[in-house]
Design a protein around this ligand. Sequence first.
Ligand code: LLP
Length: 426
Amino acid sequence: MSRISDHLSIKNHHLTIGGVDAVSLAQEYGTPLYVIDEDRVRRNFRTFKGAFPDADIYYAAKANWNLAVLRILASEGAGADVFSDGELYAALLAGIPPDRILFNGNSKTIHELQMAIDVGVRVSMDSLHELYALSNLALESGKTMDVAFRVNPDVSSDTHPKIATGLATSKFGIGYADVVEAYNEAKKLPGVRPVGIHCHIGSQITDIAPFREAVEKMMDLAEQITRLGIDLEFVDLGGGLGIPYQKEMETPEPRDLAGAILPIFDERSKNLGISPKLILEPGRYIVGDASILLTGVNTIKRSARNFVGVDVGLNLLIRPAMYDAYHEVIVANKADLDGAETYDIVGPICESGDIVAKDRKLPLIEPGDVVAVLDVGAYGFSMSSQYNGRCRCAEVLVCDGRVDLIRRREDYGDLIAKQAVPARLL
Ligand code: LLP
């Protein structure tokens, strides 16, 4: 047996995950198939939490809100960052306590604000309009809501432009120069109590410097807000820590992030005489490398390129098409064979951009082989669709050699379940 990482290894030419043969999984459950390793999720969470023992870790549910994953993280003591009513619903159902959930979102509906009031979670406000709406709704419900403002800290990071969220031109948060005034306004309003401050500068960030800049800027604001007489109970710095999608990539670990931001956070809190809770909202770091996507090879075609047609496309993994994201691929049933040909692994979707992996040197591939796409646990299934009338695939959880189905494969009925043809067309 040879190891690829802690949870992936090769045994009898086959890729294994969490001690389970990936090729057998493909045979038993069919492809495409998402496979999640429970131990890896737990380990990643513990590594993150271990670097920030005094902070609260609010897992970013958007990365992967499968109930089993949320349940695992709830049992580890995670809170949740939710970005919609659906994510809030799933997080509560999985047992994450409402007092450890922050409801984020740049364009929440009245229904979502009311839901936040009804279940009693804190809300990160993204605009003054939203603040007024929440204040009115809370008054009608006879409640007072604890809120934060999402700050746009105007910090640039080294990530793909589509996942940088803290630039001055980004749609998220209150402009840096307007934040203090927003707290002043919130202080005066009934039904809301400003108790926190929140930012998130982007995702897949592989350099620590922008996080340091963000915490400095947030603590500058904390100082001004404290001067307004507001008692800051928490400072939430969001998520964003990148992972090494390419194995030769050097990415910072949670302890590096902690080494950069904790001294600033602690020192400045102490100088201000305040002791807010630090909150972090990692998503990708917790689940990204804990899952693989198994895809069956349908066809091989040599033309201008060497195409391998598989059964996973941008319907199930949109990251390559959307962000030119790189995901490692391994031929799961020939995992220890040397590369023989250079292939483009392409999906079945009617889009030229439906390319899972480009220019990969892999063992000779034949129809029936199983290709594993690695590091798909974050923003994989959670961004899937039914485009081209394709049923979404199943998901299994592996743990210590055992396998549990945690999402059944959709069928044609699911494709049309909510559709209706008007009687006059029948
Ligand atoms: N907190 C907030 C408010 C966020 O908006 C996000 C991600 C996170 C936390 C978690 O960030 P993470 O630790 O996972 O980087 N679909 C894209 C990523 C979009 C991230 C959106 N916000 C991708 O596949 O790369």
